[in-house]
Design a protein around this ligand. Structure first.
Ligand code: BGC
Ligand code: CA
Length: 222
């Protein structure tokens, strides 16, 4: 053990000691002047690298989650579309097998017996359809090919002279035969049939209780 002569010698010794401990502390967290890495610097570098890795992992996780969500959504949409297509295909098969004719985004059924306008309509509804609505020249031409007097889904039985289709829409484009509609000789002709096949304008109003063939329409697109 050292024995110190006086107080000033002790003070000098203490100053030397504190200098040494300060240098040691500094060397724990910094590099030496010649660039050699000391243990404190390594720790800092490890922390930085780990943080970066964590960030990369987080980004990868986010991308994976987003991808997984996307795949799930696409799968759902595809499944729904597949089911819808299946349903439509089986509908197409059903109406084709029942003798319906496909034309311009609709199936059409022409009856083989005659009925009143209301009974005709009821039959179409039972078949998942309704009496035909004509809203284009192509549809009008289509009806003429059958050369039959057939009920279509047009009537003014709610309000006289207000012609309405069975879907509730008002008549806009019409194909009345010349002189029609006429409530012929004071009769109550509230229902319409395609009648004069030789003419582009073939419609005639007739009494709804008369029995005619009829034509049903079922709209269908793939
Ligand atoms: C008339 C039509 C009428 C029909 C009734 C025809 O002679 O031209 O307007 O609806 O007779 O049967
Ligand atoms: Ca008439």
């Amino acid at each position: 053990m050292a024995i110190y002569e006086n107080a000033s010698e002790i003070t000098v010794k203490m100053m030397n000691l504190s200098d040494a401990s300060a240098r040691t502390a500094a060397s724990k967290s910094h590099s030496d002047e010649d660039g050699t890495t000391v243990p404190g610097g390594k720790l800092l570098r490890h922390v930085a690298v780990s943080f970066c890795l964590l960030c990369v992992l987080q980004v990868a996780l986010n991308i994976s989650l987003r991808l997984a969500l996307c795949i799930e959504e696409n799968y759902k949409t595809l499944t729904e579309e597949r089911d819808e297509l299946k349903r439509k295909l089986s509908n197409f098969a059903h109406y084709s097998n029942q003798g319906w004719v496909y034309f311009s985004s609709s199936f059409y059924y022409i009856s083989s017996i005659k009925e009143t306008w209301q009974d005709s309509r009821d039959d179409c509804v039972r078949r998942g359809a309704d009496l035909m609505i004509i809203n284009s020249e192509e549809e009008q031409e289509f009806t003429r090919k059958y050369r039959q007097i057939m009920w279509i889904g047009l009537t003014d039985r709610e309000t006289e002279e207000v012609w309405k289709w069975v879907d509730g829409t008002l008549l806009t484009t019409s194909f009345w035969h010349s002189g029609e509609p006429n409530n012929y000789e004071g009769t109550n002709e509230d229902c319409v049939a395609v009648n004069y096949h030789d003419y582009k304008n073939s419609w005639n109003d007739l009494e709804c209780v008369i029995k005619n063939f009829w034509i049903c329409e079922k709209k269908m697109t793939l």
